[in-house]
Design a protein around this ligand. Structure first.
Ligand code: SF4
Length: 312
């Protein structure tokens, strides 16, 4: 498909809109915003997207559209689906280029204050909905920069930190207060915070990696992906990596492998128990990892981390 106009016109504007109702976890008004692209009204398309999702630009870059909205698109039954992700990205890039902003409407104050623990995607979207509906919001973050996994988990070559900063700024403009370097269970308890606010939302994510049951305790130089990715995102590059082996075939595995390349590893290999076409990572992530020189070792079941260390 050549251009945006063609992409937009390909959408059938379905009444039941399965792309939105079934495929999108936050019910983006997909046919509606695409209709505005068809009408050449990009301002309205942007407004529709922003009104529903303050992270629209970020979602257009990192959402697994092929499993979600595009995976539910009617067009995909007989042919390829509407390129919803690309259209959403196009509208956001247009607004960025034009310096166009949309001021979100905020309801009259309801006189209630909510504490949100965690400033990752869940905390951001929860804060956004509450602010729109007239609540006061304080967002607590254990690290020094708000954004959670968007800052510390996803590498900047996949998602520019500027887009996250932009979202945080917008929330602040709407009235949110970010309180950083404050961790639940360390700097305050749930009881303390519950007493101070009308409600508490826990958006702490799943910060601990699941441990590989075959790790030998004494083995050195094994990193959980969250620790490894955080080191990269904080510019704390690990030195003399040599050959790096990444176990797994999902998006986080691809990020980790590409981060190892950027940190200067001599070789990076992904070991996966099935073949490449069954890897859960997005096609685009696989392609980028290949472009970065990552090697794939398929049909390998890891039975001993010690053995891996000897082999690679
Ligand atoms: S299902 Fe596909 S064709 Fe129908 S409205 Fe959604 S994006 Fe357009």
């Amino acid at each position: 498909m050549e251009n945006i106009e063609e992409m937009a016109n390909y959408c059938l504007n379905c009444k039941l809109k399965p792309c939105s109702e079934k495929g999108c976890p936050i019910k983006t008004q997909i046919p509606e915003f695409i209709s505005e692209i068809k009408n050449n009204n990009l301002k309205k398309a942007y407004n529709i997207l922003q009104e529903n999702n303050i992270c629209s630009h970020i979602c257009s870059i990192i959402c697994p559209q092929e499993e979600q909205c595009e995976g539910s698109c009617i067009r995909g039954i007989k042919s390829y689906p509407t390129h919803i992700g690309l259209l959403e990205k196009y509208v956001n890039e247009w607004a960025e280029k034009e310096g166009y902003n949309y001021k979100i409407n905020i309801e009259k104050s309801v006189g209630k204050k909510v504490a949100i623990i965690g400033s990752g995607p869940a905390g951001i979207e929860c804060g956004f909905e509450l602010l729109k509906n007239g609540y006061e919001v304080d967002i607590y973050e254990k690290d020094s920069i708000p954004g959670g996994i968007l800052i510390y988990g996803i590498p900047d070559f996949r998602l520019s930190k500027n887009y996250v900063e932009e979202v945080i700024n917008k929330l602040e403009e709407m009235g949110a207060k970010f309180i950083t370097n404050k961790e639940l269970g360390k700097d305050f308890s749930l009881k303390e915070i519950s007493e101070k606010y009308d409600a508490v939302f826990l958006g702490i994510g799943a910060p601990k990696s699941s441990r590989y049951s075959l790790y030998e305790k004494e083995l050195k130089n094994i990193y959980d992906s969250d620790v490894f990715l955080k080191a990269y995102n904080e510019n704390k590059f690990l030195k003399n990596l040599g050959t790096v082996v990444v176990i797994g075939g999902g998006n986080v595995a691809m990020d980790s492998a590409r981060v190892a390349v950027k940190m200067g590893a001599e070789k990076v290999k992904i070991l996966y128990r099935r073949d490449r076409k069954h890897m859960p990572a997005r096609e685009i992530e696989l392609d980028d990892a290949i472009k970065d020189g990552v090697e794939f070792k398929e049909l390998i079941r890891v039975v001993s981390a010690n053995e891996i260390n000897r082999k690679y």
